[in-house]
Design a protein around this ligand. Structure first.
Ligand SMILES: [Zn+2]
Ligand SMILES: [Zn+2]
Length: 1018
């Protein structure tokens, strides 16, 4: 006996029960043992930042990773299943600052770096625990407990090694340049962190007058949206080839920017170059010591502002470059926290953005402000703390990309990207990438192993052993390779013997994640070390081993990685960079990227907007299977609109599968049917009906389609194939076979069982819980010796598909579909039998006339030309009226009488006139008594004329339907027999008494005085 199913699944409860079963039965461990000798499938997990619990966003990526690992496992692949956590950098630091109520770097230093580091580690530990818990609930199978943590000393040493190699090649350099800078975080921000950080912002828009020293009463007018940079002004740039004009008030602007303005004098920009002017804040110290002048610059835009650009080389990238070519002074007005330096008078100590209003007021008061308004524009903010960025001159460490750019592009061309455009995006990024800024002026991160000596020699430490060798003392107080402990280690310069200290900077967090394909796989590590990855801060959090180099060769490069699109410039990039630098090849063969997640109405999800969905709410309200289905049904090239609404939609779809299974179980139990596990391998045995053979072919086709979809990493195609299959099983096979199930037909039961089980097996990677549950009900519980888990049962066999049979039934279903449309158009109810159906253009359906007749309740099905339509041709009056005048009446009656001849090209010959296609209106209408539906070359016509016999039969069908509804309402079992009483007004139906009795399991059909139909159970 199969266990009966309730009306609908309780996903949450069912999933928790399955999790417990997996745990107690060690299902995952059994699966790994089963595949231990199988071919390798190498997946490398992109680390999730360990600073939060599981969010529905993260669950998307985790689902995709799990789906393909499960699929590959079902196909016998041996896998590593190593999960990763990202543990350093600003994400972690800023969260900890908030927790501790610290607001600046100074406060962190006062708090103490050792304590701060311990707090950061505690956050990682707590979050790793939460993320693991959430991922397990999601159904993700990983080797939990053997995770890699990027803050392990091992990972750090691997990055040191990479940096030492980069230095050997001469790629490492220290840059003095203007970079985007977060004043709150007190660090520069690199290009890959910047992309995507632009937001709409309201900023002041000022036009300011710079009085020309050599031309009293005249001034050059500039435009700026960053008033705080004015105290750093040194030059005003004009476009040499453009025309500039002097207004009546003496102000100079570009002629193109002065619509409707009268100019007293017009010259070329080149004529203004060299003029000296009074700086806007010369009274404030540094500005006063600078000679301000007008310079020429080809990049000046005439599209906005005044056509004169204010140049402050200490506050902008292009400005800084100009300072080199035009020999300009560089004024740096603000410090690391974005506050004016003490020599800026009344501005000293004020933050750049806060000072804007007072600067504007000051300019106005001094009469040099032309006007001030507000502009909305795109402006970059800190990706972590959302503070508007500023530009600062900063000394940062860079890796030059000049030599690696083309090799990286070359390596990227070997990668198979899904969707394909993401590979192009990567190439675009590589073409445009600037030197990699790897240094951050922060605390909790990879300590850059750079020891610059005053003698000019730079030592880049490549390993802990090398550090010990060069250190002036023992390393016994070096708790972790981390600030503050590492800062106490002093080395001796190998060049001159002087003592050297490490630079204080830490590394870009993407170095941490980029090295993973090397550090976790044991690149160039001579011998396997048990728990060799559990070092430094990772000790006690994981038992991950450090494999040896042979293992690296086995597992590198990854067969597949998957992350969201923004990782193109982040993890996919840093990995590719480090891999090409170290090995010359790409670290992955295939990539699956995906777009963004929004809420179900298409808005970004934000905690403060109240539309954020917590993973734990999603688990309890819709269940992990439904979430996973939602993720997997998403084409990866579009944003996912995630929510409970779409979740309910999916639950409804799953109900179709559930109901078909419940239907099967009900009749299998009545018939005492026991499945034969061998049918799963060989197909259902026995005397199969045509419809059974169709379902066998349809099942095989579905398995082939879903397999191909997984091979292409397109879950959306897999789900479409499964959905269509579920629909076919329920709305065709089961519908058409009901009578056989009532009769306990063995072949039908065997066939449906195989179809249902194979359907479960192929969708199990996407929906592991429901499929596992149903596998146990349909297989484990009733087949002795069958695998206890669907995941231990392997993949269904890929057998040849009978395409002809499938095509024939596809035609049958089209005939039926068109027949239904025609019936709907005729307004006749489905239960009313009809005399005849004619189908044209779907001849492969011809052997199935009985199926069609039964399905559409028609007496006769004929394949042949449909003559149920006729042409109607009418004159196009607005065209023909003026042309034909009195002739028109004669022509009209001839057309109505059908006295015309159609011409090639759609024209008509009638009463001696040859009319063009525009002169007439041609319609194809149904002949009286027929209902017609047509689509792409196929037409179905129903004879809808009714006679007394048909009307009587229609009433019999109504009665049968009514009685069966009553049976359900009265709670009768499917096998219960009844006595049926009809009202005397239905006496004429008794000629069909046997028929009615058979359809309603009635032992007698009699008339009663009652007005209504009634039944009594025997
Ligand atoms: Zn910031
Ligand atoms: Zn030295």
């Amino acid at each position: 006996m199969f266990a009966a199913l309730p009306d609908k699944p309780d996903h949450d409860a069912l999933e928790l029960a399955i999790l417990e079963l997996w745990e107690t039965e060690g299902t995952f461990e059994q699966l790994r043992a089963l595949n231990a000798d199988g071919p390798r499938f190498s997946f490398v997990d992109g680390p999730v930042t360990a600073n939060k619990s599981l969010a529905v966003h993260t669950a998307w990526g985790r689902t995709l990773k799990d789906v393909f690992q499960r699929y590959k496992a079902l196909r016998g692949h041996h896998q590593r299943y190593q999960n990763g956590f990202d543990c350093q950098g600003l994400w972690i630091e800023v969260g900890v600052e908030r927790e501790l109520g610290l607001n600046s770097k100074q406060e962190i230093e006062e708090y103490g770096l050792a304590e701060f580091a311990r707090h950061c580690r505690a956050v990682v530990e707590r979050s790793a625990h939460e993320l693991t818990k959430g991922s397990i609930r999601l159904g993700q199978w990983m080797d939990w407990g053997k995770d890699y943590f990027t803050f392990s000393d091992t990972n750090i040493e691997y990055i040191w090694r990479f940096l030492a190699i980069v230095e050997e090649r001469g790629w490492l350099h220290r840059g003095h340049r203007a970079t985007e800078w977060c004043p709150r975080c007190g660090t520069s921000i690199s290009a890959h962190e910047l992309a995507g950080s632009y937001v709409d912002r309201n900023d002041p828009s000022l036009r300011v007058r710079f009085p020309l020293l050599d031309r009293p009463g005249q001034a050059i007018v500039i435009w700026t949206t960053t008033p705080w940079t004015l105290p750093a002004n040194v030059a005003a740039a004009v476009l040499p080839t453009a025309e500039y004009g002097r207004q009546t008030d003496g102000d100079w602007i570009a002629v193109e920017r002065g619509e409707g303005v009268t100019f007293e004098e017009v010259v070329h920009g080149a004529d203004l170059v060299g003029l000296r002017y009074e700086g806007p804040f010369d009274a404030l110290g540094p500005g006063g010591g600078v000679e301000h002048r007008v310079i020429g610059w080809d990049e000046v835009s005439l599209d906005e502002g005044t056509g004169v650009v204010h140049i402050a080389p200490g506050c902008g990238t292009e400005d800084f470059e100009l300072s080199k070519t035009d020999d300009l002074d560089v004024l740096m007005p603000v410090d690391e926290s974005g506050r004016f330096y003490p020599d800026y008078g009344w501005l000293a100590g004020r933050s750049a953005h806060e000072a804007a209003d007072d600067i504007t007021a000051d300019l106005r008061q001094r009469g040099i402000l032309v006007d001030a308004s507000v502009i909305t524009h795109r402006y970059p903010e800190c990706w972590r703390c959302h503070t508007p960025l500023i530009f600062r001159i900063s000394d940062d460490w860079f890796i030059s990309v000049a030599e690696i750019r083309e090799p990286m592009r070359e390596a990227n061309r070997t990668v198979e990207w899904t969707p394909g455009y993401m590979g192009k995006r990567m190439d675009d990024w590589l073409v445009n990438m600037s030197d990699w800024n790897i240094s951050r002026r922060r605390y909790y991160g990879l300590p850059l192993p750079f020891y610059p000596c005053s003698c000019g020699h730079l030592t880049v430490i490549g390993s802990r052993a090398q550090l010990a060798e060069l250190a002036t003392g023992p390393l016994d107080r070096l708790e972790e390779l981390r600030r503050p402990w590492i800062d106490d280690v002093v080395i001796r310069c190998p060049q001159c013997g002087d003592e050297v200290r490490r630079v204080l900077e830490v590394g870009d967090v993407w170095l941490d994640a980029g090295i993973v394909p090397f550090s976790t796989l044991g690149w160039e590590n001579p011998t396997h070390i048990d728990e060799g990855y559990a070092t430094g801060a990772a000790a006690g959090l994981t038992t991950a081993d450090l494999p040896d180099h042979a293992a690296w060769e086995d597992w590198f490069p990854a067969d597949w990685v998957s992350e969201m699109r923004e990782q193109i410039r982040l993890w996919f990039y840093s990995q590719l960079f480090m891999s090409v630098a170290l090995t010359g090849q790409a670290p992955y063969r295939k990539v699956l990227g995906y777009e963004k997640m929004l809420d179900e109405s298409g808005r970004e999800m934000h905690g403060s907007w109240g539309n954020m969905i917590q993973a734990k709410d999603a688990f309890s309200r819709m269940g992990a299977d439904v979430m996973r289905w939602q993720y997997c049904a998403q084409p990866p090239n579009q944003n996912l609109l995630f929510g409970f609404g779409p979740g309910q939609e999916i639950q409804r779809k799953l109900l179709t599968l559930w109901n078909s299974t419940a239907f099967f179980i009900q009749y299998a139990n009545i018939a005492g049917f026991t499945p034969d596990q061998g049918d799963l391998a060989d197909g259902p045995q026995g005397e199969l009906a045509l419809l059974d053979r169709w379902l066998v072919a349809r099942t095989r086709q579905m398995v082939v389609e879903v397999t191909a979809a997984y091979e292409q990493y397109m879950t959306v195609h897999a789900l479409r194939a499964v959905e269509a299959f579920i629909d076919d099983v329920s709305n065709w096979y089961v519908r058409r076979s009901r009578r056989r199930f009532w009769n306990g037909d063995e072949a039908a039961l065997r066939t449906l069982w195989v179809a249902l089980v194979d359907g479960l097996r192929v969708v199990s990677p996407i929906m592991p819980f429901l499929t596992e549950h149903l596998w146990r009900v349909l297989v484990t519980d009733v087949c002795p010796g069958a695998p206890r888990s669907v995941f231990l049962a392997g993949w269904p066999s890929l057998a040849p598909v009978d395409d002809e049979l499938l095509a024939a039934v596809a035609d049958v279903r089209r005939v039926v579909e068109l027949g239904r449309q025609a019936r709907a158009a005729s307004k006749l109810r489905m239960r009313q039998p009809l005399r005849r159906l004619v189908a044209e253009g779907l001849d492969r359906a011809a052997p199935y006339v009985d199926e069609i007749a039964d399905e559409l309740r028609v007496k006769e099905v004929v394949f042949g030309p449909v003559e149920a339509t006729e042409l109607r041709v009418r004159p196009n009056l607005p065209v023909l009226g003026p042309r034909l005048g009195a002739e028109l009446g004669k022509l009209r009656s001839a057309l109505a009488a059908g006295q015309y001849e159609m011409l090639d090209g759609g024209g008509v010959r009638v009463v001696g006139h040859d009319l063009g296609p525009d002169d007439v209106l041609v319609e194809r209408t149904e002949k009286e008594g027929w209902a017609v539906a047509a689509t792409d070359g196929a037409t179905v016509a129903l004879d809808v004329s009714l006679d007394d016999d048909l009307l009587l039969e229609g009433r019999v069908y109504d009665t049968i339907h009514h009685v069966n509804t009553l049976r359900k309402e009265q709670g009768l079992a499917l096998t219960d027999r009844i006595d049926l009483q009809l009202p005397s007004s239905d006496a004429d139906l008794l000629v069909h008494a046997d028929w009615m009795a058979a359809e309603t399991l009635a032992l007698s059909v009699t008339l009663s005085a009652d007005e209504k139909i009634s039944l009594t159970r025997r």
